[in-house]
Design a protein around this ligand. Structure first.
Ligand code: NAD
Length: 335
């Protein structure tokens, strides 16, 4: 069924893929908003937007969602609002907490209020596994009740965003879905995240900056699996919070080995101190998601890495122009 969808953060990694996928549905129109901030290379965001603009059913608005007045310039008759805009990144959030409060909590309050005032039927808000902190050997489920002590400023602002949206929409008829994503990677990924930068550094023979011993484990989740989940949230009426992550848990060292194998190169690893508040492992409990959303991750890490490396080889000219270090990393005293 054709839909009119508002996507916030459309120039971002996940937003871009969602828009590309949504635009394949005949008759659907996508309104994308993004302020193209410089959390990482705006060149990558511009390139994504240029690709989207090639589609007649896509319109783009450069808008800052944390500015309440800027939302007045938006159309109001959407079937679904997908709110992906945010300031992501755990380490960076300790450097500039005010940016995280503004772009994650305030912006989410503004978009929730916009949805409520305009009686929009559905709101999907992206949240994160970072809110759980270390899971140890136990899987984390959506109803985990220790969320009162968030492990980072990023986590705290995302939990606040979830709660504000729930509070604002409590008495409305809006269906509110909150997917909590676990470490997403793939083509067009973020250069501030491990997989894209590791591929670039190994490909170009540069030192691979590795914080800690590489034994940290994550549920690395391939972008196509995330988009399949978002498609379900968009097309079905599913209320609630859901873990969206891989069911295989891998170390950073395993990621590096897979990249080395695919590129047939050896990584030159520069071991750095473990990052502040870095977590050892976070394992998603996917029972609720599998049962209620009928979703499960389908892409293995080796398949996902292989596809991502192939994309990096294809886009080597673009990827060579991108900065892979963020503000705090450029000055080692701030890490
Ligand atoms: P991203 O940084 O690539 O995309 C976010 C986009 O939002 C950016 O293009 C940015 O310019 C835009 N934005 C930020 N603040 C804005 C504002 N005030 N007004 C307008 N636009 C603004 O990040 P992503 O990886 O695509 O993440 C999308 C969502 O998924 C985020 O909410 C993030 O917290 C969540 N998430 C991502 C991951 C992951 O591994 N990528 C994991 C867990 C959760």
């Amino acid at each position: 069924m054709s839909k009119k969808v508002l996507v916030t953060g459309c120039a971002g990694f996940i937003g871009y893929h969602f828009c590309i996928n949504m635009l394949k549905e005949e008759g659907s129109t996508v309104y994308g908003v993004d302020n193209l901030n410089n959390a990482y290379s705006p060149l990558l965001k511009k390139e994504r937007i240029d690709n989207l603009k090639g589609n007649d059913s896509f319109s783009f608005l450069n808008l800052n969602l944390s500015d309440i007045n800027s939302l007045n310039s938006l159309k109001k008759d959407f079937d679904v609002v997908l709110h992906l805009a945010a300031r992501a990144g755990v380490r960076q959030s300790f450097l500039n907490p005010e940016i995280y409060v503004r772009d994650n909590t305030l912006a989410t309050a503004n978009i929730s209020n916009f949805v409520n005032k305009n009686s929009i039927k559905k709101l999907v808000i992206a949240s994160t596994s970072s809110i759980y902190g270390d899971s140890g050997v136990n899987k984390v489920s959506e109803d985990k009740d220790e969320l009162g002590s968030p492990p980072s400023v990023y986590a705290a602002t995302k939990i606040a965003g979830e709660n504000i949206a729930k509070t604002i929409l409590e008495d409305s008829n809006t269906i509110l879905s909150i997917p909590r994503f676990f470490t997403v990677y793939g083509p067009w990924g973020r250069p501030d995240m491990s997989i894209l930068r590791f591929i670039h550094w190994i490909q170009s023979g540069k030192a691979v900056r590795l914080y800690g011993d590489g034994k940290q484990r994550r549920a690395f989740t391939y972008i196509d699996d995330v988009i399949a989940a978002l498609e379900k949230f968009t097309n079905q009426d599913i209320h609630g919070t859901f873990n969206i992550g891989s069911d295989s848990i891998n170390t950073l060292n395993e990621v590096i080995n897979l990249i080395e194998k695919k590129l047939d190169r050896v990584a030159n690893i520069e071991y750095l101190d473990r990052a502040y508040r870095d977590i050892d492992v976070v394992i998603p409990d996917l029972d609720k998601t599998k049962k209620q959303l009928s979703w499960e991750p389908l892409t293995s890490l080796s398949e996902g890495i292989s596809k991502t490396v192939e994309w990096c080889e294809e886009k080597i000219d673009l990827l060579n122009k991108i900065d892979y270090l963020y503000e705090g990393e450029k000055n080692p005293n701030e890490n």
